[in-house]
Design a protein around this ligand. Structure first.
Ligand SMILES: Cc1cc2nc3c(=O)[nH]c(=O)nc-3n(C[C@H](O)[C@H](O)[C@H](O)COP(=O)(O)O)c2cc1C
Length: 147
């Protein structure tokens, strides 16, 4: 059973809500999942997990959700060799067509630079998150199957 940490950053609760459904899917797929708010998580905690899932909304003009900014800075130089990873997040392509879900790409890039193996295509949820809870669960199961 892959020991997995799902770390989310969420300002208005959308990513947090999606995280519950991704975590349910990960569990259904056989992963052993711990869910944590990035505001309460240190980069050193990643060392004790086999797999890492990040969930992050995009704010400003294509920027990371606030609580992820320091965590992202701390990740630079960390080795995640041998760890498996995947990233999801909500955004809004109507209001932010040029920076839709850019935080998801920023986090996928840093995971790759740190040596993690990306096991699934990113999940980007556009607009209201509630209709996407089923997709989030299915994506979690798919990620678990690739661990
Ligand atoms: C001020 C502001 C800036 C935003 N900037 C972006 C953006 O650049 N790209 C994007 O895809 N979504 C953007 N969004 C939409 C949020 O990412 C979206 O509402 C998301 O569901 C919030 O998730 P959270 O509650 O987990 O933080 C922005 C929303 C606000 C209010």
């Amino acid at each position: 059973m892959a020991k997995t940490i799902l770390i989310y950053g969420s300002t208005t609760g959308n990513t947090e809500a999606l995280s519950e459904h991704v975590a349910a899917g990960l569990k259904q797929g056989g992963a052993d999942v711990t869910v944590k708010d990035v505001a309460d998580t240190g980069v050193d905690e990643l060392a004790s997990y086999d797999a890492i899932v990040f969930g992050c909304s995009t704010w400003g003009d294509g920027e990371l959700q606030d609580d992820f900014i320091d965590f992202h800075a701390d990740l630079g130089g960390t080795s995640l060799d041998g760890k498996k990873a995947a990233v999801f997040g909500p955004g809004d392509s109507d209001d932010y067509p040029d920076t839709f879900c850019e935080a998801v790409g920023i986090l996928e890039d840093v995971l790759k630079r740190c040596g993690a193996d990306i096991v699934a295509e990113t999940l980007k949820i556009d607009g209201d998150v509630e209709p996407a809870f089923g997709d989030a669960e299915a994506w979690g199961s798919k990620v678990a199957g690739a661990l």
